[in-house]
Design a protein around this ligand. Structure first.
Ligand code: G6P
Length: 587
């Protein structure tokens, strides 16, 4: 989703800005732009397309100056056209703004500003920020006050960065991330530490309602009420910036293969922190788990995993949470699962739970994320940066960690910790199926619809597999509980159907086998993911035998690989699927 970058220092700003935007490309976007200040003059260039393409045609990185802002836009208000790309300028071209989030009252503000003579050049909600800053600056002649008055007028979620031609860089946040990077003689403002991690590992994480003003002599922080505040510098891990494709042609493929290390890495937890986390769950009267997309599928699996430790939980999709939050009270615990820790739907759920007096726990990949900072306690899955928009390694890390949590609460010996070695070996064996799965993808690439079936633990995995196929290959895919087939979906099955069945030889085997026969007799082609060969499958994907409860960790990998290769067969870009963003910071 939108990325913001701002820079003030001794380097050529436009190159620093372009480099930062490229590092954040994984978040997803459709247009790009930058503005710099040179000798008191504001210069801007922007257009629709990828950073490299727009830079090639418009030479964004040739804009002069040592102060500037940049942005990649993911359209919400106003079409994907050059004039809606950020930065947006105030009327007299002395102020430029880049924004992430949604200004809910922009219509009303725009009307008011139009009445005062402001002329708008875009259809975006963001442009009102530039004009409001201009309006208040004309009245106060004070940048700090203009920032405070502007922030007070905005309703919605926002992180924005502004440059004033007097050589000042400012930023503010409310419900969207904004981080200050502190270099030796330069400052950065960014939505993501990856935006500046090549330059500095010193970061200041702004809180909600924080404003930062950086001028030639100092950096100062205020809240929306105008009170001066102080903010601490945090040292972030350099490794977070260590994201490149290595020998793989895409981040997605690299991240799928990294699961050989990341699954067991998520089990390396600080014992005390883990125990405290588990105690909160064990002592809660009601437990709710929430997440979005892939992380919601982890929540569904968590429900089943915890039920084996006799812990009952309710799962609620984060985007639906607000309609059920009345169920929570001070005896409840909400466990929020999120790779990015920035998903707006998840953050809204957490705030609603807090309002009801519930305790909030989270499982995140980014410990500096807004979610981790809002939680009473959190665990880190530790799988390293996940750049591919579709979640892969973060899913298996989340569920491995959830198995560990369930084992501790259920005081289970010989749980996942004792299976570490066999797990690593099994994951590596599944990854060796890579080229076989590529061949299966080639066979089924022209299908219009793919169904994925599984029972028990395999059901949430079927949902996750279908999500991967939709996201990466744009083929319609549906995951379903195998037993539900006969209650409706069977009407869709004919000899053009491809049905993938998650079918290890466990307690679900024979019931699922009956479902396979039912489908097969309607002419469908069957892709079997199993540890047991069976001639009923048209395509066999044979996975290793492992303890029944741990199958989800290995059986999802062939589905991720299949989705990846279907995407390649269909000439899509698996790392950046159309219309999707990695970190969805709007509701
Ligand atoms: C977006 C991504 C999905 C992801 C979901 C939740 O929609 O495209 O791949 O599963 O967000 O992300 P989170 O960071 O909260 O786990």
């Amino acid at each position: 989703m939108c990325s913001i970058i701002g820079y003030k220092g001794s380097d050529h700003a436009s190159s620093v800005l372009i480099e930062g935007l490229k590092k954040m490309e994984y978040r997803g976007y459709d247009s790009v732009g930058i503005a710099t200040i040179k000798s008191g003059k504001l210069l801007t260039r922007k257009g629709v397309g990828k950073v490299a393409e727009v830079n090639k045609s418009l030479r964004l990185d040739e804009l002069p100056g040592k102060l500037g802002i940049g942005h990649t836009r993911w359209a919400t208000h106003g079409g994907i056209v050059d004039h809606n790309a950020h930065p947006h300028l105030a009327c007299n071209s002395t102020i430029a703004v880049v924004h992430n989030g949604i200004i809910e009252n922009y219509d009303e503000l725009k009307e008011e500003l139009n009445r005062s003579g402001h002329k708008f050049k875009s259809e975006t909600d963001s442009e009102v920020i530039a004009h409001l800053l201009e309006e208040y600056f004309e009245i106060t002649r004070d940048i700090r006050l203009s920032m405070i008055f502007t922030c007070k007028r905005l309703v919605g979620s926002f992180a924005f960065v502004a440059v004033f031609n007097s050589s000042t860089l400012c930023g503010a946040r409310y419900d969207e991330p904004l981080i200050v990077g502190v270099g030796n003689d330069d400052y950065f403002l960014s939505s993501d530490i990856l935006g500046f991690l090549n330059h500095t590992d010193k970061a200041i994480f702004l809180d909600n309602r924080d404003i930062v003003v950086i001028n030639d002599s100092d950096i100062s922080f205020f809240n929306f009420d105008g009170d001066k505040i102080s903010r601490k510098i945090t040292q972030v891990a350099w490794e977070l910036g260590d994201a490149d494709k290595g020998k793989y042609s895409h981040y997605t493929l690299k991240e799928i293969h990294e699961q050989q290390q990341t699954i067991v890495k998520s089990l390396e937890q600080d014992k005390k922190n883990l125990e405290n986390f588990c105690n909160v769950i064990a002592e809660a009267k009601n437990i709710f788990i929430t997440g979005s997309g892939t992380s919601y599928h982890s929540a569904l699996l968590a429900k089943q995993i915890l039920s084996k430790s006799k812990i009952h939980v309710e799962t609620i999709m984060s985007s639906e949470f607000q309609y059920s939050s009345d169920m929570l009270d001070e005896n409840s615990v909400l466990l929020a699962i999120s790779q990015s820790g920035e998903t707006a739907d998840v953050m809204e759920s957490v705030k609603a739970a807090k309002d009801m007096g519930a305790k909030v726990l989270s499982i995140v990949n980014i410990p500096t994320s807004s979610l981790a900072r809002l939680s009473d306690s959190y665990l880190e899955v530790n799988c390293g940066p996940e750049i591919g928009v579709a979640a892969t390694k973060s899913f298996t890390s989340q569920i491995a960690l959830l198995y560990y949590v369930a084992d501790i609460i259920g005081r289970k010996s010989n749980g996942i910790i004792d299976s570490k070695e066999i797990l690593t070996k099994s994951v590596s064996e599944v990854l060796e199926l890579d080229s076989q799965i590529e061949r299966v993808a080639n066979q089924i690439k022209d299908s219009k619809d793919v169904y994925i079936l599984g029972r028990s633990f395999h059901y949430p995995v079927s949902l996750e597999g279908a999500l991967k196929i939709k996201e990466l290959s744009y083929i319609h895919a549906e995951g379903m509980a195998a037993g539900e087939l006969k209650h409706g979906p069977l009407a869709l099955i004919d000899n053009n159907s491809i049905v993938i069945v998650i079918h290890p030889n466990d307690s679900t085997y024979s019931d699922t086998l009956s479902n396979i026969h039912t489908i097969k007799s309607r002419g469908a082609k069957i892709v079997g993911i199993s540890n047991k060969r069976n001639d009923v499958y048209d395509y066999q994907i044979i996975i290793p035998t492992i303890s029944e409860f741990l199958y989800p960790l290995i059986e999802v990998i062939p589905l991720q690989l299949l989705a990846y290769y279907l995407s390649i067969c269909n000439n899509a870009n698996p790392d950046y699927p159309r219309n999707l963003a990695k970190s969805v910071t709007v509701k």
